[in-house]
Design a protein around this ligand. Sequence first.
Ligand code: NAD
Length: 280
Amino acid sequence: MTAKIIDGKLMAAQVKQEIKKTVAGLNQKPGLAVILVGEDPASKTYVGGKEKDSLEVGFYSQIKRLPATASSAEVIGLVEAYNKDPKIHGVLVQLPLPETMDEDDILNRIDPAKDVDGFTYINAGKLFSGNPGHVACTPAGCLEMLKRSGIDIKGKNAVVIGRSNIVGKPMAMLLLKEHATVTICHSRTKDLASVARQADILVAAIGKPKFVTADMVKDGAVVIDVGINRVDGKLIGDVDFDSVKEKASYITPVPGGVGLMTRAMLMQNTFNAYKTLNNL
Ligand code: NAD
C-alpha cells in the first residue's frame, strides 16, 4: 500500500481562507499579540511566520520584541497590558523563554480567554476534563488534519509517542475525546515497536529524526509526523517517510505537514477567542 499524503499546505491554506473570508466582513479586526524575548533564531522565524499569517487573514498584529536581558516583571507587565487591551484577543509568549524566567508562572498570567497557545493550566485542565477551551495548536492541527482527511477516529487504537505538555499529552486527550483507545509512549516505554504496531493512528512527537521505521507501523495505519528536526540544514520528521509511506494508508510529510497546520490553528484559536470575547 502506498499512503495518501495529507497535504498540510493545502489544508492550512483552506483554514486561513475560511477565516479571512469571515474576518473581511467584521467591523473590528481580531488581534493577536506575540511577545518574543531574546534572539533565538528559530523563535524569530516562528514569530515572523505568526505575523505573516496574522496579516494574511486580516488580523491586527502586535509583535513585542524584548532583549534576553529583560526581566520577568517586564514580560508579566506586557502580558497583563495585553490581557486588558480590547484590540487584542490572543496573547502568546514565544517559547523558550530565557532560563532565568519561570515559564509556567509567566504563561499562567495570560488570561485563559486570550491564551491562544492553550498552555495555561486552565486550558490544559479544560482539555483534560473533556470540555476544551483553547487547545494547543500542534495537537489541534493534527486532529484537524485527521478530520479533514475523513479519517474515522472513534474506536480506533491510537498510539502517541511523546508525552510533552505541548504535544504528546494534549494530543492524547484530544484523541480520547474523539473516542479512540489511546496509549501514550515515551522514552521509558518497553518494546515501543510492538506497542506502535498496534496503532491504527500513530502520532510521532519525539524529536528524533526518522525514529519511526516501517517495522513499527501496522499495514494501513494513519501516521502523523509532528517531528521537526534540522539535519544538515534540512527539515526531517520523526518518521522515516520513504519506508513508512509504503505501509501506511495516510501520512503527513515533513515539511508540508503538521507545522503548517499548527500555524493555521493559531489563527483559528485567535479567531475563536475573538468570537468568545465578543459573545458571537
Ligand atoms: P519534547 O522533547 O518536549 O518531548 C519529546 C518526547 O519524546 C518526550 O515525552 C520523550 O519521552 C519522548 N521520547 C524521547 N526519546 C524517546 C525514545 N527514544 N522513545 C520514545 N519516546 C521518546 O518535544 P516536543 O516539544 O513534544 O516536540 C516533539 C517534536 O515535535 C520535536 O521534533 C519538535 O521540534 C516537534 N514539534 C513540532 C511542532 C510542529 O508545529 N510541527 C510543534 C511542536 C513540536
